[in-house]
Design a protein around this ligand. Structure first.
Ligand SMILES: Cc1cc2nc3c(=O)[nH]c(=O)nc-3n(C[C@H](O)[C@H](O)[C@H](O)COP(=O)(O)OP(=O)(O)OC[C@H]3O[C@@H](n4cnc5c(N)ncnc54)[C@H](O)[C@@H]3O)c2cc1C
Length: 395
């Protein structure tokens, strides 16, 4: 059986960041992704905006791999950072905001992410699904079962990162999770000569967000197979009904170019972790913070991230990263997006690497030691001065 220092499950933004972080520390790292492309929802879900890594006072609140992934998303596509942040765009397409963010071509970003991961020495298995786990009597995750083509294989590792977006691996390991309701408003890639594009590429190509459908008006949780299948079925229905409402002539100039290749669920499941990030904690000083996430929706203070939100309660040698960490309520809105996925992914990758190096469980790593390692590559643990802090002592 192959053994790795660190295995990262799921190659979305969180998984890419985690695998880069672990491999760059010299750990033998495997990244397993069930699709043939990297980026997860951000790329195959046709998302197109790397939301800001600046806060409401224009402080840069994330650096290191989170910033690197933002800068690199410009590589294959027509977009650029705003001039203010060193780019050449005079305005953000369709949006007056001037934050440290960037749009990207989902397909272009797939090319960049695959190159980045391979160049960093990560062993990459695409088109490979984690289908099972084996835990020992002390609740340490010893092996995962992976499936590719028609072959199954078991892989062991010192430490695992679950970056699957829905905590699928930790759920297999018996961890408790909490679901959330979702609404169905698909984003598709479309050619359209006549509409006023809010998410333009060049020419007539743009991302078209479709309104929440009247046909069901539902808010759904997507934890079970049945619920997920229903969500996908409705996603098709919404998209088809949008085009069916047009006449045949209009459909010659307004038509879909690409549909999301994974269900556009915002929140699937968050783990029951040692810490929880809750509604109302914006601007709060968190001593055990491993990174900062901006409020992408409005001008409001950023959020610090307690390390414990990445640590499942039972499984001794695993961490969660990305949109399945333990952020609830309003906090989940902040932590479910791309920059927060990159930030928590990087922290999880470094912690998993340290766990392997030191032969101790991620929960046993002193947070100050993890913070020290994260700072070495530019990591920002705390919000800068300028807010009415609820606790004092912030950097
Ligand atoms: C409609 C919509 C619009 C959005 N708009 C924005 C936006 O403008 N900007 C923004 O920043 N964010 C946006 N988001 C949110 C954002 O795109 C995602 O939440 C973020 O990309 C999540 O990253 P992640 O790495 O945590 O998870 P995911 O992207 O879900 O990655 C998980 C990966 O794990 C893989 N995986 C799952 N199970 C397994 C398994 N068993 N074995 C192997 N691999 C597995 C999946 O294939 C996937 O690649 C939007 C979301 C939606 C739905």
């Amino acid at each position: 059986m192959k053994h790795f220092d660190v295995v990262v499950c799921g190659g979305g933004i969180a998984g890419v960041a985690a695998s880069l972080a672990a491999a760059r520390r010299g750990r033998k790292t495997l990244l397993v992704e069930k699709q043939s492309v990297l980026g997860g929802l951000a790329t195959s879900g046709l998302i197109y905006i790397y939301l800001p890594i600046s806060d409401n006072q224009d402080h840069v609140i994330a650096s290191s791999i989170t910033e690197e992934l933002l800068l690199k998303c410009q590589e294959y596509g027509p977009f650029s950072l705003a001039e203010k942040w060193g780019g050449s765009a005079s305005s953000f397409p369709g949006n007056a905001r001037n934050s440290y963010l960037c749009c990207f071509s989902p397909a272009g970003y797939m090319l960049t992410l695959e190159k980045l991961v391979r160049e960093s020495g990560v062993e990459l298995l695409l088109e490979t699904t984690v289908t099972g786990v084996r835990c020992d009597e002390k609740n340490f995750l010893r092996e995962i079962e992976i499936f590719c083509g028609y072959e199954k294989e078991n892989i062991s590792a010192d430490a695992f990162v679950d970056a699957t977006g829905g905590a699928f691996v930790l759920r297999m390991a018996g961890e408790k999770v909490f679901p959330e309701v979702n609404y169905n408003n698909p984003w598709i890639l479309e050619m359209n000569a006549s509409c006023s594009h809010i998410y333009p590429f060049t020419g007539e190509l743009h991302v078209q967000p479709l309104k929440k459908p009247e046909i069901n008006g539902s808010m759904e949780q997507v934890l079970s197979t049945l619920e997920l299948q229903e969500f996908i079925r409705r996603q098709y229905k919404v998209i088809r009904s949008y085009y069916d409402a047009m006449g045949p002539e209009e459909r010659k100039t307004s038509y879909p170019v690409h549909l999301p290749m994974m269900p556009q669920t915002r929140k699937i499941a968050r783990i029951d972790a040692l810490a929880e990030i809750k509604t109302g904690e914006a601007g709060l000083y968190v001593e055990e913070s491993i990174g900062v996430a901006a409020d992408w929706r409005k001008s409001a203070p950023a959020w610090e991230t307690p390390y414990g939100a990445l640590l499942p309660r039972k499984t001794g040698n695993a961490l969660a990263a990305g949109r399945c960490i333990n952020s609830s309520g309003d906090a989940w809105e902040i932590f479910r997006v791309i920059p927060a996925a990159a930030m928590t992914g990087e922290a999880a990758g470094v912690a998993a690497a340290m766990s392997s190096e030191q032969n101790r469980s991620p929960a046993a790593i002193p947070v100050s030691a993890l913070q020290h390692e994260l700072r070495k590559t530019g990591g920002i643990m705390h919000i800068r001065n300028g807010y009415p802090f609820k606790n004092k002592g912030a950097e």
